[in-house]
Design a protein around this ligand. Structure first.
Ligand code: GUN
Length: 314
């Protein structure tokens, strides 16, 4: 039986509908949540991502501040910009798009962001709150994956969950969120032995390795839920023919465009998994939705209590 396809677009729209109510409350109290997006230099992929983030702000009626300093800037100059944004009251969230140019000390930059405005959830204070199980601003991609589980009725308590990848942005925070949801969590990486065997024990697989179509049907227990965080651009025809052998429409699309986006999960996994997120249209839209959610939350926590005259709730 073919897997249930978990559409990130449907879930994103549900999240936006929920956020609309919060935004109305804040704006009627005179608070318009605002996001500052800092894009250093001209990285084409980063430009596309930041453009989508600004467009999402506009769609929801949030204020956005698109700041585009040159690739030649120094760490000190970027630190000065972050300090200025930390002090601007109308800026609730600060996002510094990664990767930064090589001369910039990325860790110092991320640590300079006021944790109250850390809508990416990358600051050590935010990570510490997540470890301690009292998170406010959680990294957007793993937070989006948790929304998929919640809104699709996928039970986590007692489930065997395997996270493929141990990055600071996805793998590590994902594992922590799953632990707090009472799953039994295994984190795998490039040095894991007998990888297919370990992954086959999972009720839930989250693939975030950055390797095109690596998770093939042999890795997946029939009926498992598979979440594909990978986004890989394929340009090689032989590779595309292998990936899309059972998906003639996708192969035709590849031939027409000369490229295609695939995840870390092979499309054939759809014939084994119980539920599967597509690429594109799965986890991707939720990363931006959670950035919007974090920006609204940051506004509520930092400025909401002032307007309401009460205490902020997490
Ligand atoms: N680059 C790739 N993913 C991300 C992300 O989630 N946030 C930021 N700031 N940069 C990224």
């Amino acid at each position: 039986m073919a897997a249930q396809i978990l559409s990130g677009i449907t879930i994103r729209d549900q999240i936006y509908a929920d956020l609309a109510g919060d935004i109305v409350k804040l704006t009627s109290a005179g608070i318009r949540p605002g996001l500052a997006a800092v894009l250093v230099g001209e990285n084409p992929a980063s430009k596309v991502y930041v453009k989508s983030k600004i467009a999402a702000c506009e769609k929801l009626g949030l204020a956005s501040f698109h700041i585009t300093p040159p690739a030649s800037m120094t760490t000190e100059e970027l630190l000065a910009l972050i300090r200025e944004l930390n002090h601007r009251d109308e800026v609730d969230g600060i996002l510094v798009q990664l990767p930064l140019p090589p001369q910039i000390d990325s860790k110092r930059i991320l640590e300079a962001i006021d944790p109250a405005k850390d809508v990416d959830g990358f600051h050590p204070v935010s990570v510490g709150h997540l470890v301690a199980g009292r998170p406010a601003l959680v990294a957007c991609t793993p937070a989006g994956v948790m929304e998929i589980f919640k809104r699709s009725g996928i039970a986590l308590e007692g489930a065997n969950a395997v996270v493929l990848g141990r990055s600071d942005i996805v793998g590590k925070p994902m594992a922590l969120l799953l632990i707090h949801a009472n799953a039994t969590v295994t984190v795998c990486h490039s040095k894991t032995r007998n990888l297919p065997e370990v992954v086959r024990r999972a009720d839930i697989v989250v693939a975030a390795l950055g390797r095109a179509c690596m998770v093939t049907p042999e890795y997946v227990r029939p009926g498992a839920t598979v979440i594909d965080v990978g986004i890989n651009r394929v340009t090689d025809a032989a590779q595309a023919e292998g990936f899309f052998a059972h998906f003639p429409e996708r192969l035709a699309e590849f031939r027409a465009k000369g490229h295609a986006l695939v995840g870390d999960v092979h499309p054939d996994v759809a014939s084994v998994a119980g539920a599967l997120t597509p690429v594109p249209g799965g986890v991707g839209p939720l990363t931006i939705a959670m950035l919007m959610s974090n920006t609204v939350k940051a506004a509520r926590l930092r400025r909401g209590s002032r307007a309401a005259g009460g205490s902020a709730r997490p």
